[in-house]
Design a protein around this ligand. Structure first.
Ligand code: ATP
Ligand code: TZP
Ligand code: MG
Ligand code: MG
Length: 283
Protein backbone atom coordinates (compact mmCIF):
# COMPACT_ATOMS: atom_id res chain seq x y z
CA UNK A 1 0.00 0.00 0.00
CA UNK A 2 0.86 3.68 0.05
CA UNK A 3 2.42 3.69 3.51
CA UNK A 4 4.74 0.90 2.51
CA UNK A 5 5.99 2.67 -0.58
CA UNK A 6 6.62 5.85 1.41
CA UNK A 7 8.99 4.08 3.81
CA UNK A 8 11.05 2.33 1.21
CA UNK A 9 11.16 5.49 -0.90
CA UNK A 10 12.35 7.48 2.08
CA UNK A 11 14.88 4.78 2.86
CA UNK A 12 16.72 5.43 -0.38
CA UNK A 13 17.92 8.73 1.00
CA UNK A 14 18.32 7.33 4.51
CA UNK A 15 20.76 4.43 4.47
CA UNK A 16 19.89 3.33 7.99
CA UNK A 17 16.13 3.15 7.31
CA UNK A 18 15.31 2.21 10.90
CA UNK A 19 11.61 1.55 10.44
CA UNK A 20 11.99 -0.21 7.08
CA UNK A 21 13.70 -3.09 8.87
CA UNK A 22 10.69 -3.54 11.17
CA UNK A 23 8.42 -3.60 8.12
CA UNK A 24 10.65 -6.31 6.59
CA UNK A 25 10.75 -8.27 9.86
CA UNK A 26 6.95 -8.29 10.09
CA UNK A 27 6.73 -9.48 6.47
CA UNK A 28 9.30 -12.26 6.81
CA UNK A 29 8.44 -13.41 10.35
CA UNK A 30 11.90 -14.94 10.95
CA UNK A 31 12.25 -18.02 13.14
CA UNK A 32 14.35 -17.24 16.22
CA UNK A 33 15.79 -20.22 18.08
CA UNK A 34 16.20 -19.27 21.75
CA UNK A 35 18.24 -21.25 24.24
CA UNK A 36 17.38 -18.96 27.11
CA UNK A 37 16.82 -19.02 30.84
CA UNK A 38 13.87 -20.38 32.80
CA UNK A 39 12.89 -16.92 34.10
CA UNK A 40 12.20 -15.28 30.76
CA UNK A 41 11.18 -18.06 28.37
CA UNK A 42 7.47 -17.18 28.14
CA UNK A 43 8.04 -13.42 28.05
CA UNK A 44 10.63 -13.89 25.29
CA UNK A 45 8.28 -15.99 23.18
CA UNK A 46 5.43 -13.49 23.59
CA UNK A 47 7.70 -10.51 22.92
CA UNK A 48 9.02 -12.08 19.71
CA UNK A 49 5.48 -12.85 18.58
CA UNK A 50 4.42 -9.30 19.41
CA UNK A 51 7.08 -7.75 17.22
CA UNK A 52 6.27 -10.12 14.38
CA UNK A 53 8.92 -12.84 14.65
CA UNK A 54 8.40 -16.56 15.17
CA UNK A 55 9.91 -17.93 18.41
CA UNK A 56 11.01 -21.44 19.24
CA UNK A 57 12.71 -22.75 22.36
CA UNK A 58 14.74 -25.95 21.99
CA UNK A 59 17.43 -27.25 24.33
CA UNK A 60 18.03 -30.97 23.72
CA UNK A 61 21.40 -32.07 22.36
CA UNK A 62 19.52 -34.44 20.06
CA UNK A 63 17.72 -31.63 18.18
CA UNK A 64 19.46 -28.28 18.62
CA UNK A 65 21.74 -28.68 15.58
CA UNK A 66 18.71 -29.28 13.34
CA UNK A 67 16.72 -26.42 14.86
CA UNK A 68 19.56 -23.91 14.66
CA UNK A 69 20.18 -24.86 11.03
CA UNK A 70 16.67 -23.83 9.96
CA UNK A 71 16.45 -20.72 12.16
CA UNK A 72 16.93 -17.10 11.11
CA UNK A 73 18.95 -16.49 14.28
CA UNK A 74 20.19 -18.43 17.31
CA UNK A 75 20.13 -16.74 20.74
CA UNK A 76 22.27 -18.16 23.54
CA UNK A 77 21.45 -16.85 27.03
CA UNK A 78 23.29 -18.13 30.11
CA UNK A 79 20.81 -16.76 32.68
CA UNK A 80 20.14 -20.14 34.35
CA UNK A 81 23.07 -22.07 32.96
CA UNK A 82 24.11 -25.64 33.70
CA UNK A 83 27.11 -27.49 32.30
CA UNK A 84 24.95 -29.71 30.09
CA UNK A 85 23.03 -26.74 28.72
CA UNK A 86 26.24 -25.00 27.69
CA UNK A 87 27.37 -28.20 25.94
CA UNK A 88 24.06 -28.13 24.05
CA UNK A 89 24.56 -24.44 23.18
CA UNK A 90 27.97 -25.28 21.68
CA UNK A 91 26.35 -27.92 19.46
CA UNK A 92 23.66 -25.45 18.36
CA UNK A 93 26.21 -22.68 17.81
CA UNK A 94 28.43 -24.84 15.62
CA UNK A 95 25.45 -25.79 13.48
CA UNK A 96 24.41 -22.12 13.19
CA UNK A 97 27.96 -21.18 12.16
CA UNK A 98 28.04 -23.93 9.52
CA UNK A 99 24.69 -22.82 8.13
CA UNK A 100 25.31 -19.06 8.10
CA UNK A 101 22.77 -18.41 10.86
CA UNK A 102 23.66 -15.40 13.05
CA UNK A 103 24.48 -16.25 16.67
CA UNK A 104 23.78 -13.87 19.56
CA UNK A 105 25.07 -14.23 23.11
CA UNK A 106 23.53 -12.71 26.25
CA UNK A 107 26.11 -13.32 29.01
CA UNK A 108 23.62 -12.86 31.85
CA UNK A 109 25.43 -12.38 35.14
CA UNK A 110 28.96 -12.74 33.73
CA UNK A 111 31.25 -11.58 36.51
CA UNK A 112 28.80 -12.50 39.27
CA UNK A 113 30.29 -15.98 39.54
CA UNK A 114 33.44 -17.52 38.09
CA UNK A 115 31.34 -20.26 36.45
CA UNK A 116 29.27 -17.72 34.48
CA UNK A 117 32.30 -15.77 33.34
CA UNK A 118 34.13 -18.93 32.28
CA UNK A 119 31.16 -20.38 30.40
CA UNK A 120 30.51 -17.10 28.56
CA UNK A 121 34.16 -17.06 27.51
CA UNK A 122 33.96 -20.73 26.51
CA UNK A 123 31.02 -20.00 24.18
CA UNK A 124 32.94 -17.09 22.64
CA UNK A 125 36.02 -19.24 22.09
CA UNK A 126 34.25 -22.27 20.57
CA UNK A 127 31.62 -20.46 18.50
CA UNK A 128 31.71 -17.56 16.10
CA UNK A 129 29.34 -15.22 17.97
CA UNK A 130 28.02 -12.40 15.76
CA UNK A 131 26.41 -10.20 18.43
CA UNK A 132 27.22 -9.93 22.14
CA UNK A 133 24.51 -8.06 24.13
CA UNK A 134 24.77 -7.29 27.82
CA UNK A 135 24.87 -4.58 30.43
CA UNK A 136 28.17 -2.77 31.03
CA UNK A 137 29.27 -5.06 33.83
CA UNK A 138 28.61 -8.24 31.85
CA UNK A 139 30.50 -7.06 28.78
CA UNK A 140 33.38 -5.80 30.93
CA UNK A 141 33.72 -9.14 32.65
CA UNK A 142 33.58 -11.06 29.39
CA UNK A 143 36.58 -9.10 28.07
CA UNK A 144 38.42 -9.28 31.39
CA UNK A 145 37.92 -5.72 32.63
CA UNK A 146 37.11 -4.84 36.23
CA UNK A 147 33.47 -3.90 36.84
CA UNK A 148 31.42 -4.75 39.91
CA UNK A 149 28.24 -6.77 39.44
CA UNK A 150 25.45 -7.79 41.78
CA UNK A 151 23.55 -10.87 40.60
CA UNK A 152 22.23 -10.28 37.11
CA UNK A 153 21.93 -6.48 37.50
CA UNK A 154 24.55 -4.07 36.26
CA UNK A 155 25.60 -2.65 39.63
CA UNK A 156 27.79 0.37 40.14
CA UNK A 157 30.63 0.77 37.79
CA UNK A 158 32.46 3.51 36.11
CA UNK A 159 34.14 3.61 32.80
CA UNK A 160 33.58 4.69 29.27
CA UNK A 161 30.98 2.34 27.82
CA UNK A 162 31.54 3.67 24.30
CA UNK A 163 35.25 2.85 24.42
CA UNK A 164 34.46 -0.50 26.01
CA UNK A 165 31.98 -1.42 23.27
CA UNK A 166 34.53 -0.58 20.57
CA UNK A 167 37.29 -2.46 22.37
CA UNK A 168 35.10 -5.51 22.94
CA UNK A 169 33.99 -5.51 19.29
CA UNK A 170 37.58 -5.39 18.07
CA UNK A 171 38.78 -7.97 20.57
CA UNK A 172 35.93 -10.43 19.94
CA UNK A 173 35.45 -9.69 16.22
CA UNK A 174 31.73 -9.21 16.61
CA UNK A 175 29.05 -6.56 17.08
CA UNK A 176 28.75 -5.53 20.72
CA UNK A 177 25.64 -3.99 22.28
CA UNK A 178 25.92 -2.49 25.77
CA UNK A 179 22.56 -1.41 27.17
CA UNK A 180 21.59 0.98 29.92
CA UNK A 181 20.09 4.47 29.97
CA UNK A 182 21.93 5.05 26.71
CA UNK A 183 22.61 1.99 24.56
CA UNK A 184 25.84 1.61 22.61
CA UNK A 185 26.26 -0.53 19.48
CA UNK A 186 29.67 -1.01 17.91
CA UNK A 187 31.17 -3.36 15.36
CA UNK A 188 34.56 -1.74 15.93
CA UNK A 189 34.07 0.46 12.88
CA UNK A 190 30.56 1.93 13.05
CA UNK A 191 29.24 3.01 16.45
CA UNK A 192 25.69 4.07 17.34
CA UNK A 193 24.25 5.53 20.54
CA UNK A 194 20.53 5.07 21.24
CA UNK A 195 18.61 7.13 23.78
CA UNK A 196 15.20 5.55 23.29
CA UNK A 197 13.91 3.54 26.25
CA UNK A 198 12.28 4.05 29.63
CA UNK A 199 13.42 3.39 33.23
CA UNK A 200 10.39 1.11 33.76
CA UNK A 201 12.21 -1.44 31.58
CA UNK A 202 14.54 -1.99 34.54
CA UNK A 203 11.60 -2.96 36.78
CA UNK A 204 10.49 -5.90 34.64
CA UNK A 205 12.63 -9.03 34.55
CA UNK A 206 13.64 -10.28 31.15
CA UNK A 207 13.59 -7.02 29.25
CA UNK A 208 17.31 -7.37 28.53
CA UNK A 209 16.92 -11.02 27.55
CA UNK A 210 13.95 -10.28 25.27
CA UNK A 211 15.91 -7.42 23.72
CA UNK A 212 18.74 -9.80 22.78
CA UNK A 213 16.20 -12.07 21.06
CA UNK A 214 14.60 -9.10 19.29
CA UNK A 215 18.04 -8.07 18.01
CA UNK A 216 18.31 -11.66 16.77
CA UNK A 217 15.08 -11.24 14.80
CA UNK A 218 16.46 -8.08 13.14
CA UNK A 219 19.77 -9.86 12.38
CA UNK A 220 17.75 -12.57 10.63
CA UNK A 221 16.48 -10.03 8.10
CA UNK A 222 19.47 -7.67 7.80
CA UNK A 223 23.06 -8.81 7.38
CA UNK A 224 24.77 -5.69 8.76
CA UNK A 225 24.36 -6.65 12.40
CA UNK A 226 25.23 -3.24 13.84
CA UNK A 227 22.49 -1.66 11.70
CA UNK A 228 20.12 -4.48 12.66
CA UNK A 229 20.85 -3.88 16.36
CA UNK A 230 20.32 -0.14 15.92
CA UNK A 231 16.86 -0.71 14.44
CA UNK A 232 16.01 -3.19 17.18
CA UNK A 233 17.09 -0.80 19.96
CA UNK A 234 15.18 2.18 18.56
CA UNK A 235 12.03 0.10 18.00
CA UNK A 236 12.24 -1.52 21.44
CA UNK A 237 12.94 1.75 23.24
CA UNK A 238 10.18 3.62 21.41
CA UNK A 239 7.68 0.85 22.23
CA UNK A 240 8.70 1.14 25.90
CA UNK A 241 8.17 4.92 25.81
CA UNK A 242 4.68 4.46 24.39
CA UNK A 243 3.90 1.75 26.95
CA UNK A 244 5.09 3.93 29.83
CA UNK A 245 2.90 6.80 28.69
CA UNK A 246 -0.14 4.50 28.87
CA UNK A 247 0.75 2.36 31.90
CA UNK A 248 3.10 4.22 34.21
CA UNK A 249 0.29 5.30 36.55
CA UNK A 250 -0.72 1.65 37.06
CA UNK A 251 2.65 0.10 37.93
CA UNK A 252 5.11 -2.44 36.60
CA UNK A 253 2.66 -5.29 35.97
CA UNK A 254 0.52 -3.23 33.64
CA UNK A 255 3.66 -1.82 32.02
CA UNK A 256 4.89 -5.34 31.21
CA UNK A 257 1.67 -6.17 29.37
CA UNK A 258 1.40 -2.74 27.74
CA UNK A 259 4.99 -3.11 26.49
CA UNK A 260 3.99 -6.31 24.66
CA UNK A 261 0.98 -4.43 23.25
CA UNK A 262 3.18 -1.63 21.98
CA UNK A 263 5.76 -4.00 20.46
CA UNK A 264 2.90 -5.35 18.38
CA UNK A 265 1.27 -2.01 17.60
CA UNK A 266 4.10 0.45 17.04
CA UNK A 267 4.11 1.73 13.47
CA UNK A 268 6.93 2.61 11.09
CA UNK A 269 5.76 6.20 11.18
CA UNK A 270 5.91 6.37 15.00
CA UNK A 271 9.41 4.88 14.97
CA UNK A 272 10.66 7.51 12.51
CA UNK A 273 9.13 10.25 14.67
CA UNK A 274 10.51 8.92 17.95
CA UNK A 275 13.96 7.63 16.87
CA UNK A 276 16.64 9.20 19.08
CA UNK A 277 20.14 8.05 18.13
CA UNK A 278 23.50 9.21 16.86
CA UNK A 279 26.06 7.59 14.56
CA UNK A 280 29.83 7.77 14.62
CA UNK A 281 32.11 6.33 11.93
CA UNK A 282 35.68 5.39 12.83
CA UNK A 283 38.12 7.95 11.40
P1 ATP B 1 20.31 -5.12 33.89
O1 ATP B 1 20.40 -6.45 34.55
O2 ATP B 1 21.45 -4.21 34.17
O3 ATP B 1 18.95 -4.46 34.04
P2 ATP B 1 19.48 -6.10 31.33
O4 ATP B 1 20.07 -7.31 30.74
O5 ATP B 1 18.12 -6.20 31.91
O6 ATP B 1 20.50 -5.46 32.34
P3 ATP B 1 19.14 -3.46 30.33
O7 ATP B 1 20.44 -2.75 30.31
O8 ATP B 1 18.23 -3.19 31.48
O9 ATP B 1 19.41 -5.03 30.18
O10 ATP B 1 18.44 -3.17 28.94
C1 ATP B 1 17.13 -3.59 28.63
C2 ATP B 1 16.40 -2.43 27.99
O11 ATP B 1 16.16 -1.42 28.99
C3 ATP B 1 17.19 -1.71 26.89
O12 ATP B 1 16.30 -1.40 25.85
C4 ATP B 1 17.70 -0.43 27.55
O13 ATP B 1 17.83 0.63 26.63
C5 ATP B 1 16.59 -0.16 28.54
N1 ATP B 1 17.04 0.60 29.72
C6 ATP B 1 17.83 0.16 30.72
N2 ATP B 1 18.03 1.11 31.64
C7 ATP B 1 17.34 2.20 31.22
C8 ATP B 1 17.13 3.53 31.72
N3 ATP B 1 17.68 3.92 32.87
N4 ATP B 1 16.37 4.39 31.02
C9 ATP B 1 15.81 4.00 29.85
N5 ATP B 1 15.95 2.77 29.32
C10 ATP B 1 16.70 1.88 29.98
N1 TZP C 1 18.00 -14.72 37.20
C1 TZP C 1 18.63 -15.48 36.34
S1 TZP C 1 18.29 -15.10 34.73
C2 TZP C 1 17.28 -13.82 35.20
C3 TZP C 1 17.22 -13.77 36.60
C4 TZP C 1 16.42 -12.83 37.40
C5 TZP C 1 16.57 -12.95 34.24
C6 TZP C 1 17.41 -11.75 33.88
O1 TZP C 1 16.76 -11.01 32.87
P1 TZP C 1 17.23 -9.58 32.36
O2 TZP C 1 16.70 -9.48 30.99
O3 TZP C 1 18.73 -9.57 32.39
O4 TZP C 1 16.62 -8.56 33.30
MG1 MG D 1 17.28 -4.49 32.88
MG1 MG E 1 20.31 -9.23 31.28
Amino acid sequence: GAVFYFYFAEGEGNKLNISGKLVKLREKKPLVHNMTNVVVTNFTANGLLAIGASPVMAFAKEEVADMAAIAGALVLNIGTLEKDLIDSMIIAGKSANENGVPVLLDPVGAGATTFRTEQAKRILSEINVNVLRGNAAEVANVIGEEWSIKGVDAGEGSGDVIQMAKKAAQQLHCTVVITGKTDVVSDGDQTYLVNNGHPLLTSVTGTGCLLTSVIGAFCAIHEDHAEAALSALVTYGAAAEQAAALAEAHGTGTFQIEFLNQLSKITANEIEQMADYSHETAA
